[in-house]
Design a protein around this ligand. Structure first.
Ligand code: SAM
Ligand code: SF4
Length: 466
């Protein structure tokens, strides 16, 4: 999951149908695509509750911060943001108005009551599994209660959330997220997710298919299936057999009008034959796979509880590439996990050279309180982490640039997704998830167009009609 890279503001939730709604909400999202999806769904719940999305804090009666807890200082950053909101609330009260503040997401889950204690400005603290209770929590807060909703309820939050309106779907664009799986039972020793998101749960096939159909009916052409461990998804199939993600994708590929399917984030241990075969057989399944390995050292992988070796990962990549030769690989890497020696780090560099990534996300190990890694001896010095990360990122950036250069002169299909910075440009995505800038005359948003890549820079490609 490409977390901590996405910051969505509530403008994306804007829904003209809500113009008659009187209350105004500003939603700020930190973290991964799953948080973006959650914010959208909380936006749906708030729309039904009479709220309209606005894109400035000043215009809002309610500020909802959807937080991420994956790395250090996340909670402290939230507290300092809440400090700023306290001033705004004071000013609002002095002017005879009011402002409600709600904290959602993994920091809400991890900190719970502590947020209420430390930040008097906060009215509602709501964890990732209780979003369907947000309107009720706000109603209680309006009565003066300071609400904390951080349990893991038995009921399915998705069943308690209203369907997204076709108008809101259209406002969000032609490429949509759809969460199919949540939580994690893997307990990697560095990671807070099993504690903040809870146990692994898969949504049922019929709910997923219905949601996908609704998205497509409203104009969506590409769906990215989301899960903390999306390929651990499993469920009872329409044929009565137990399905894995490969079978689910086959079923979704039957939906008329759904031309592109992606999924993220996958764990190497859950890449089964059926999912690999789906990459071989389904043109709708895009040739891009985010498959984090974290480290190339077996000793570190063991200590991280990843439950595979570097060699097993490399062999898995070979099998995937044999099934879908043009597949682009992306990964996550952690440097400076406790006990990581120079030799362990060099093993990671070797693995990167062997696999050759099209894209990657890399991080310094960050101690997460309550995880086994936090108590490990041999924590690596910050200066060593910094130096290793710089070397690793230089190698990965060079691989990404080389991947871009390889695309030069190629004819590729683009899904046109949004206007470019210049009014005469559109931005589309290649099958390999690269943003490609084209002349707006090539088509309209939602079209798949065939273009020839003519130029690359560090982050984008440029193309002309093929
Ligand atoms: N489930 C996915 C997997 O198994 O690879 C990853 C999900 S996690 C939300 C996203 C990424 O954050 C991880 O792949 C890891 O690289 C990074 N990450 C998680 N905990 C971290 C920590 N304590 N320090 C640094 N990076 C961390
Ligand atoms: Fe975190 Fe590991 Fe679960 Fe991924 S598999 S969410 S890294 S515990």
């Amino acid at each position: 999951m490409t977390e901590a890279t996405l910051t969505t503001e509530s403008a994306v939730l804007a829904d003209a149908a809500t113009r008659t709604n009187t209350r105004k909400v500003f939603i700020k999202t930190y973290g991964c695509q799953m948080n973006v999806y959650d914010s959208e769904r909380m936006g749906d719940a708030l729309t039904s509750d009479g709220y309209q999305a606005v894109d400035t804090v000043e215009a809002a009666d309610l500020i909802l911060i959807n937080t991420c807890h994956i790395r250090e200082k996340a909670a402290e950053k939230v507290y300092s943001q809440l400090g700023r909101l306290a001033k705004l609330k004071k000013q609002r009260n002095a002017e005879g108005g009011d402002l409600m503040v709600a904290v959602a997401g993994c920091v809400a889950q991890a900190e719970g009551q502590e947020i209420i204690r430390r930040a008097p400005v906060v009215d509602v603290v709501i964890g990732p599994q209780t979003y369907h209770r947000l309107p009720q929590a706000l109603a209680r807060a309006r009565q003066g209660e300071r609400v904390v909703e951080t349990d893991f309820p038995a009921e399915d939050k998705f069943d308690g959330l209203p369907n997204t309106s076709p108008r809101a779907i259209r406002a969000r664009g032609v490429a949509a997220f759809l969460t199919v799986q949540e939580g994690c039972d893997k307990f990697c020793t560095f990671c807070v997710v099993p504690y903040t998101r809870g146990a692994e749960v898969s949504r049922p096939v019929d709910r997923i298919v219905q949601e996908a159909q609704r998205l497509v009916d409203a104009g969506v052409r590409e769906i990215t299936l989301l899960g903390q461990n999306v390929n651990a998804w499993h469920g009872k199939g329409i044929d009565g057999r137990e399905w894995g993600l490969g079978e689910l994708i086959r079923r979704l590929a039957e939906i008329d009008g759904l031309v592109r399917i992606r999924y993220t984030t996958s764990h190497p241990r859950d890449m089964d034959d059926s999912l690999i075969a789906a990459h071989r057989d389904l043109p709708e399944l895009m040739p891009y796979l985010h498959l984090p390995v974290q480290s190339g050292s077996d000793a570190i992988l063991k200590s991280m509880n990843r439950r595979h070796t570097a060699e097993e990962y490399v062999r898995l990549v070979e099998r995937i590439r044999a099934a879908r030769p043009d597949i682009a690989l992306s990964g996550d890497f952690i440097v400076g996990f406790p006990g990581e020696t120079d030799a362990d780090f060099e093993a990671t560099m070797d693995l990167i050279r062997e696999v050759n990534y099209a894209a990657a996300f890399s991080f310094k190990y960050s101690i997460r309180p309550g995880t086994p890694g936090a108590g490990m001896e041999d924590q690596v010095a910050e200066s060593v982490k910094t130096e290793r990360l710089a070397r690793l990122q230089a190698l990965l950036s060079e691989q990404t640039r080389a991947f871009g250069r390889q695309c030069m002169g190629k004819t590729v299909d683009l899904l046109l997704e949004k206007p470019g910075r210049n009014t005469d440009q559109l931005i589309g995505r290649s099958p390999w998830l690269q943003p490609v800038i084209v002349d707006a005359k090539v088509g309209k948003i939602g079209d798949i167009v065939s273009v020839r890549i003519t130029e690359t820079d560090s982050s984008s490609l440029f193309a002309e009609p093929a």
